[in-house]
Design a protein around this ligand. Structure first.
Ligand SMILES: Cc1cc2nc3c(=O)[nH]c(=O)nc-3n(C[C@H](O)[C@H](O)[C@H](O)COP(=O)(O)OP(=O)(O)OC[C@H]3O[C@@H](n4cnc5c(N)ncnc54)[C@H](O)[C@@H]3O)c2cc1C
Length: 459
């Protein structure tokens, strides 16, 4: 019996669902991130049904020095679920129960693979709300969002996933189980290790249960589409809105290429001749939203918005959101690969950064659609290209080097919500100083001395 066969037998003795035939596991060599040349097949894929199975698998892997790549739905953009040599993939699709929604204490206790859209549907019935929205609500999961501290359009007002994680049950590399906190709204007893695991990209331990903070659902949501003939006016307008004393739940900026691409793919009547658009959402009580809307329209007119369109119904809102969320699929109609970056810059540098993206697009002849959560300075340049075209791939590497270097030079950083994964690791030293990075590496060694959990990711 080969060593691979021995491991598979051990895994099968410990876990009900183990896949190892090539045709069953081939798909796990991929995730949403685009990198066609380095395909590594895992030894096997395990689909644990409960915490006890997770513990047994972790112990087997630690004993045999087999790596574990935790995987939820694989929708990350940074290669965070790409297999490495001598690894198994641990896929959580069978741990997807909402254990409890506790309205009195405003918490939900869930298994890792609960889909965020499904959670919010259940919360809706109780007039509750879990704000983090990684823009693909129908697919992405709680643990995936926790491991990357995912954000989304409403981060400016509500914060990102890290602001909604109260307590985690985690299986460590030696197979022991910890709780990072208690199921309480506040707790400063001991170090804040909940935050350490949040955003750790599956490199420190396996999340088997999460307690999430909930908030009351806003009564009303209104969308305003403000068009501009000049990108600079749109960016200035973001600051004018923020400085006026209220917090919109969304202030997204779309450049002309994005407007044209998404309108072409999923028409809702967006004005494709405009240079830029701000998608602004107000939420709260009916009366306060009406009041804020009056102030907002005044600001938009004073900020040179050339056309303002207001949605009237929830159905209209949904349609606009559907189109706005389709940017990735829309770009995929143009070229076979779409790469989405997620750089953060100081809000005052948004115009410089967007213009820099546009200049790189021309210089390297790569279709680039820029959009972003402008109120956070979190900009997503989306690139449509063919990574199998050698010249285009080379150009793209050069483009990325310039892009990340520029972002860091103007006081920005590599990622605001998508994480680092394998894709941005090469730039990490430019964004984190040596002492801090050394501390992070030591923390990883302390928790996972054999580097079992998701190697080659994050730091
Ligand atoms: C069309 C589209 C739009 C998107 N828009 C946004 C956006 O606006 N904002 C945003 O932030 N992201 C966005 N994303 C990226 C992605 O959806 C998010 O990163 C998402 O939170 C990942 O969820 P997932 O369930 O697919 O996790 P996966 O991609 O499977 O995994 C993500 C990370 O979680 C780890 N992990 C998974 N389960 C566990 C576990 N149980 N224990 C420990 N670690 C675990 C993995 O190892 C990996 O590091 C978008 C993606 C797509 C395809």
């Amino acid at each position: 019996m080969t060593s691979k066969e021995k491991i598979i037998r051990e895994l099968k003795d410990s876990c009900k669902n183990v896949l190892y035939k090539k045709e069953d596991i081939y798909v796990y060599a991929y995730d949403t991130s685009q990198n066609p040349e380095t395909i590594i097949m895992p030894l096997a894929v395990v689909l644990p049904e409960n915490r006890e199975e997770v513990v047994r698998i972790v112990k087997i892997c630690t004993k045999n020095k087999i790596k574990i790549v935790p995987r939820a739905q694989g929708t990350n953009h940074c290669g965070a679920t790409r297999p490495v040599e001598n690894c198994i993939v641990m896929h959580f699709s069978k741990m997807d129960k909402i254990i409890k929604i506790d309205k009195e204490n405003l918490i939900a206790i869930v298994e890792p693979n609960v889909v965020i859209g499904k959670l919010n549907k259940e919360l809706d019935k109780e007039n509750l709300f879990f704000p983090p929205d990684p823009s693909n609500l129908a697919v992405s999961t709680v643990a995936g969002a926790i491991a990357l501290s995912s954000g989304g359009p409403r981060t400016f007002k509500y914060g990102s996933t890290k602001d909604y994680v109260i307590n985690l049950e985690v299986v460590l590399a030696n197979g022991s189980i910890i709780e990072t906190s208690k199921n309480l709204a506040k707790n400063v007893t001991g170090y804040n290790i909940t935050s350490l695991f949040t955003g750790s990209e599956g490199t420190l331990g396996i999340i088997t249960k999460a307690t999430l903070k909930l908030i009351p659902k806003p009564q009303t949501r209104l969308l305003t589409l403000a068009y501009f003939d000049d990108l600079i006016d749109a960016a200035k307008c973001v600051n004018n809105i923020i400085n006026s004393g209220f917090m919109p739940s969304v202030v997204d900026l779309l450049d002309n290429t994005t407007i044209k691409t998404i309108e072409n793919y999923n028409p809702v009547g967006l004005l494709t001749d405009k240079e830029a658009m701000l998608l602004i959402e107000l939420d709260g009580f009916n009366e306060s939203v009406k009041h804020e809307l009056k102030i907002l329209k005044d600001i938009l007119l004073k900020s040179a918005s050339s056309k303002i369109i207001q949605t009237e119904t929830e159905a209209e809102n949904e349609n606009i959101w559907k189109t706005r969320r389709s940017a990735f699929s829309a770009l995929a109609q143009i070229k076979p690969n779409v790469v989405t970056e997620d750089i953060v810059v100081p809000r005052t540098k948004i115009v410089d950064f967007v213009k820099f993206c546009q200049s790189l697009s021309k210089k390297y002849e790569i279709v680039t659609a820029v959009m972003g959560h402008a109120a956070d300075g979190n900009i997503h340049p989306n690139f449509a290209l063919n990574l199998e075209d050698k010249k285009e791939k080379e150009n793209f590497e050069k483009l990325k080097d310039e892009l990340f270097n520029y972002a860091v030079t103007i006081g920005g950083t590599l990622s605001g919500e998508h994480g680092i994964g394998t894709h941005k690791k090469k730039y990490i030293e430019s964004a984190i100083d040596k002492n801090t990075l050394d501390l992070m590496k030591n923390m990883k060694k302390l928790l996972d001395k054999d580097n079992i959990f998701n190697p080659d990711k994050a730091i």
